[in-house]
Write a protein that binds this ligand. Sequence first.
Ligand code: GTP
Length: 319
Amino acid sequence: MTETLWIHDSEDYQCILEKWQNTVDVMAEACMSPAGFIVQHTKYGFMTAVASSNAENPYGTGTVVDPDTNLYCKRVVETKKVLCVNDATKDRYWDDNPEIKDGLIAYLGLPIFWPNGEMFGTICILNFKSTHYPMIFQKLMFQFRDIIEADLQLLENNKLLREMAIRDELTGLYNRRGFKDLAQQQHKLACRLRQSVGLLYLDIDDLKEINDQVGHAAGDEAIKATAKVLQEALRSNDISARIGGDEFVAMVFLEALDTMEIVIERLERRLINEKMTFERPLSVSIGGILVPEQDVNFEKLVVSADKKMYQNKKSKKKN
Ligand SMILES: Nc1nc2c(ncn2[C@@H]2O[C@H](COP(=O)(O)OP(=O)(O)OP(=O)(O)O)[C@@H](O)[C@H]2O)c(=O)[nH]1
């Protein structure tokens, strides 16, 4: 959740930033402050996610400051507590604070937390003159902080729900819906780049037998092991999904020297060598087809790849 990404770079947060702008403007006006901010903190530093739009505010939205800079907000992030500075020029601690150089000598700020309790950043107001902030300002800012944290919770919940709709719970791979959406997008990109694309269909051999003879947990282990091999053996831009009980698909982007046979052989080698806790090698049948450039119907392509897989499974059973 708290990956070190700026919320500014995430599409999910664009809708909320507009609302936060109004919040910060109202907060600055109500607290008679020339500069109010919501600041995000990541390992890359501090960013003014939103800056109040007062004409005299020296810092605009999107200003990034190095993580080691002795900002007022840095102190809030370190202590995870409210910070009230009436006049920073009277305290040597702030000698190297760059905000003083810009005239902002008074500060009132509170920490903001992500829903999982990690630090998000701060909400704060600053002033050009020595200021004794009345308690009502602090109360007001706590209220605004609660609104911001509720927004973060809502957005993270939405992200989680969206993620759950496209992911398979057991393996963490995409499910059928997630695969279809992403594969369609990536296929278009590959066509533009004139890159060949393959579609693989994988089906675990005799999973019913494993379930019946060794137990359902062993069956689950075989499914998870197959998913792990797909994740590890394919490239990061290839797309893997579990689309049924013991059925998987993968869209692979073939590099110049790769052929689909080479990719399939690599997968087969990795699968057979995968260590299981039960006395049986992991055996998976694979079928692959090349994806045409035009008019792609993924449902039909998956059926074709499935047929190819089935031929391979039949020929294995004969041997
Ligand atoms: N352990 C476990 N088993 C599952 C899961 N989903 C489906 N299965 C089982 O997977 C088995 C698949 O059986 P089949 O389709 O007959 O395939 P198979 O036994 O692998 O036989 P072949 O495909 O012919 O090699 C069924 O018994 C399902 O109950 C799951 O999430 N966990």
